[in-house]
Design a protein around this ligand. Structure first.
Ligand code: ADP
Ligand code: MG
Length: 451
């Protein structure tokens, strides 16, 4: 098999034999002097000599577009360049290179397309009642080949740290696995504003073209475009074009569309056109599930009661929960010890406002039993006798009020497997305390006994 280089060498030999006065490099120099350096660099810099036979010059250019342009605009200049050589007639044909065209992504595309964090996948997303609809909606967008009008745009909203960005990345990640030819663009709204302003300053349509060429456009934290009128306009136009072309749009926000301030009404209503789903605050089970899932991906073993303690005490956002876990892991690593609940409490004391235990659950149980004149054994039994049940529930309530033990830890101290019993007891006694004078008095008396 002959290579391109070998072919060229052969052609040069045949050229030397046929037209000794002609040199490809001289021809190029001549052409450059005729058209000028700038135009030459634009159109001729990458052309290659192929043959010169019987006054017929053949050379290649890079692609169809250049071929057409050169044929339409530069034929006469090429003729002039050729006339400088001792060759009387020329016939010019241009030929496309047969090399496959390597698609080079623009810097803008490289920066924005296809960059999804491996950490943020559907597999790593723990589903609970607060986020299951958001998860299902996001998954359906990623899993469907065609856009479902009813979920376009998909608008996910919720407080900070509850997994919105995670879900957006998961959509990107999953789509790229399942439909590699789909173009997915993820952008924070801040980056969107920045890129838009840059494009305006450079008078460039590249950004606009990029936005409009994608199959899935995801804008994270859309609240950041509030008050930025020009950016909103651009976004609105892109939004309409993508929707008309049945392309998917996914938006995340810290509030529902109707609560967005300083945003045009027409955009506000568009945002709510498709499916709007909120991610609620996490509950204890989900937080514990997330911690267990995160710890599985590390080499560390953290005792269940430490994870329970974190899940119980950090309820604001999953990000903070993760922060707590990372802090524990860091200490475990530094101290080379396994982290017990007491060590964990100490590590977290700046973050979590821990009530310092003056009381133990045992003491509370004993005081309650003394007050109602029942035995501890009876109170801890499974008897449904009303007086025992009530004493048990009050003890659980006080344990939660006056210690920092988790629901699960409290349930263990009462020989119960299920912590929802404790939760139920606490809620019930809270209500009674607020509404039942007699009960309030009894509880206050016991609290006095506890000192
Ligand atoms: P938001 O964008 O809503 O502010 P993020 O998506 O950035 O929140 O989530 C914050 C952190 O919490 C991320 O590290 C994310 O992986 C994690 N996270 C949130 N929800 C979950 C979940 N349900 N399962 C696993 N990790 C979660
Ligand atoms: Mg986010």
């Amino acid at each position: 098999m002959t290579t391109v280089l070998e072919n060229q060498a052969e052609n040069i030999i045949s050229l030397e034999k046929e037209q000794r006065g002609f040199s490809w490099n001289n021809f190029l120099d001549s052409l450059k002097s005729i058209v000028g350096e700038r135009l030459f660099n634009n159109w001729f810099i990458s052309c290659h000599f192929i043959t010169l036979r019987a006054n017929h010059l053949t050379f290649s250019v890079k692609n169809k577009f250049i071929r057409k342009w050169v044929e339409d605009n530069y034929k006469s200049y090429i003729m002039t360049a050729c006339n400088k050589f001792d060759i009387k007639t020329f016939e010019i044909s241009l030929q496309e290179e047969n090399l496959p065209e390597i698609k080079v992504k623009s810097k803008l595309e490289q920066d924005n397309l296809s960059q999804f964090d491996d950490k943020y996948t559907f597999k790593n997303f723990v589903v609970g009642s607060s986020n299951e609809i958001a998860h299902a909606a996001a998954f359906s967008v990623a899993d469907s080949e065609y856009v479902n009008k009813r979920s376009n745009p998909l608008f996910l909203y919720g407080n900070v740290g509850l997994g919105k960005t995670h879900l957006l990345h998961a959509i990107g990640h999953y789509t790229q696995q399942k439909f590699p030819s789909k173009r997915v663009l993820y952008m924070s709204a801040e980056k969107f504003v920045q890129s838009f302003v840059n494009a305006l300053m450079n008078n460039s349509s590249q950004f606009r073209n990029l936005l409009r060429s994608v199959d899935i456009l995801m804008i994270d934290d859309i609240q950041f475009i509030c008050g930025k009128n020009k950016t909103q306009e651009e976004f609105f136009n892109t939004f309409n074009i993508l929707l008309e072309n049945s392309k998917q749009i996914v938006i995340s926000c810290d509030k529902p569309p109707s609560y967005l301030d300083k945003i045009e009404e027409r955009l506000k209503s568009r945002l709510a056109w498709g499916l709007t789903v909120d991610i609620h605050e996490t509950n204890y089970e989900l937080r514990l599930g997330i911690l267990k899932s995160k710890i599985q991906h590390t080499k560390y073993k953290i005792q269940d009661d430490v994870l329970e303690f974190l899940a119980e005490n950090i309820s604001s956002s999953v990000r903070e929960l993760e922060g707590g876990l990372n802090k524990i892991i860091m200490y475990a690593d530094l101290l080379k010890v396994s982290i017990t609940l007491d060590v964990a409490k100490n590590i977290m004391k700046d973050v979590i406002n821990i009530k310092h235990e003056k009381l133990s659950i045992d003491e509370i149980q004993t005081k309650v039993c003394n007050y109602y004149k029942i035995s501890l054994k009876d109170m801890l039994s499974v008897s449904r006798k009303r007086s025992l049940v009530r004493a048990r529930q009050i003890s659980m309530y006080l344990a939660k009020q006056f210690t920092s033990y988790s629901l699960i830890q409290i349930s263990r101290q009462f020989d119960r497997k299920d912590h929802t019993t404790v939760l139920h007891a606490i809620q019930l006694i809270k209500t009674l305390y607020a509404n039942d004078e007699n009960m309030k008095q009894q509880i206050d008396d016991i609290i006095d006994l506890l000192g």
